[in-house]
Every structure is written in structure tokens, then in C-alpha cells.
Design a protein around this ligand. Structure first.
Ligand code: E4P
Length: 214
């Protein structure tokens, strides 16, 4: 399973990358806004840190302008993947971009049917949002399981990115469901590193060793 980091904060990306566990990164307009920086500048910087797919989202809502924005963003670096919102115009843009060899990540997926449509339109990645489904009491994991099962039945090559990941349990469940990728906030990556028994074990080993040296 691949791990992407879900942030536009380059310091977090740098720190997570040093752990040797990051295969790519995803951003969205809210994450970029949080940093108060220019989209293109942030994406170029992320590409200089992470060697893997880096998702940058378009802001237009019509296919013509989505394609125009996508072409500008995709020139920033060969690893840039264009994030397109799931909607009618988005599917048209994905179809056009895939014919030109530009990779897309269809975002804001909340049903397996939407994922299937995005894959058929030519998306390289689909991003089902599990946390936001949990928030409304719909059980986000079920959609990951459904999409993984459907894509396996038909040999669909579009990769599934579990998005809106909020807890280490989400990551564990995605891994068990055979999800290709989880895009994980820095805070959750750090929660995955930690275990109270590991911390207690390290402390005890050091104490025992130091006592023996006195
Ligand atoms: C995914 O690509 C999105 O950037 C992100 O996972 C959304 O997460 P949120 O629901 O916590 O905002």
C-alpha cells in the first residue's frame, strides 16, 4: 500500500519524507489557502521534495477552463497530477486530459458509482472521502471496500486513494480492504508511529542499561 501525505505544508512534507515512507502528496484548495501561499509555487516546492504523484486541484467549474488550468499545472513538473472535482464537467475534462496523457485524480467521490464513472472517463486516481462520509453517519469504509471489489472484478487500473483519512484505524482498514493508496495528514502519520508500549519499552531499556553501568 502506498502512503501519500495530505497537506500543503512543506515543512510537514519534508519531515514525513525523511521517514522514507512517502510515495506522493495531495493538496486541495482549502489546504493551499491554509498556507496563504501561491498554488503553483507550493506545488513546485512539493515536487522538489517528494518523488511521486503530487495532486494539484483546478478551480474552474467548466471543462474548457479545467483543461486550460490543468495544462498550466501539468507543466510545473512531470509528477503533477490534476485533481478534478467529480461532476459532469469534471468527467468531460478527465476524458479530454487522459487522451492527451495528462494524469487526473477525481476528487470528492462519495459513492462507488461515482468512482466507476471517473475510472471509465480515464482517471488515473479516484479519491473517495471516508472521513466526511463518517461525519454524516454513512460509514466511509464501505465505499473503499466496494470500489476495491469492483475495480478488481473488472481489472480497472485506476488507483484508489483513500482521502479524508482522520485516524490510524482508517489507514488499517484501508490496507485490509486492498486500497492502493491512503493520503494521510501529518498528524495521523505521527499517531501511526507512536505506541505507548514502544515508548515505555524504550524508556525501560535505557534505564536498565544505565543502571548496569553504574
Ligand atoms: C484529499 O485529497 C483531500 O485533500 C482531503 O483528504 C480532504 O480531507 P478532509 O475531509 O479532512 O478535509
Amino acid at each position: 500500500m502506498k502512503f501519500f501525505i495530505d497537506t500543503a505544508n512543506v515543512e510537514e512534507i519534508r519531515k514525513a519524507s525523511e521517514l522514507g515512507i512517502i510515495d506522493g502528496a495531495t493538496t486541495n484548495p482549502s489546504l493551499i489557502a491554509k498556507e496563504g501561499r501561491d498554488l503553483q509555487e507550493v506545488i513546485a516546492e512539493i515536487c522538489s521534495i517528494v518523488d511521486g504523484p503530487i495532486s494539484a486541484e483546478v478551480m474552474s467549474l467548466d471543462a474548457d477552463n479545467m483543461v486550460k488550468e490543468a495544462k498550466v499545472l501539468s507543466k510545473l513538473h512531470e509528477n503533477v497530477v490534476i485533481k478534478i472535482p467529480m461532476c459532469e464537467e469534471g468527467l468531460k475534462a478527465v476524458s479530454r486530459l487522459s487522451k492527451e496523457g495528462i494524469r487526473t485524480n477525481v476528487t470528492l467521490i462519495f459513492s462507488a458509482q461515482q468512482a466507476l464513472l471517473a475510472a471509465k472517463a480515464g482517471a488515473s486516481f479516484v479519491s473517495p472521502f471516508i472521513g466526511r462520509l463518517d461525519d454524516i453517519g454513512n460509514g466511509g469504509m464501505a465505499i473503499i471496500e466496494d470500489i476495491a471489489e469492483i475495480f478488481a472484478i473488472y481489472g480497472i487500473e485506476t488507483e484508489i486513494i483513500a482521502a479524508s483519512v482522520r485516524t490510524p484505524m482508517h489507514v488499517l482498514e484501508c490496507a485490509k480492504a486492498g486500497c492502493d493508496i491512503a493520503t494521510i495528514p501529518y498528524k495521523v502519520i505521527m499517531q501511526m508511529v507512536k505506541h505507548p508500549l514502544t515508548d515505555a519499552g524504550i524508556k525501560k531499556f535505557i534505564e536498565d542499561y544505565e543502571k548496569s553501568q553504574k
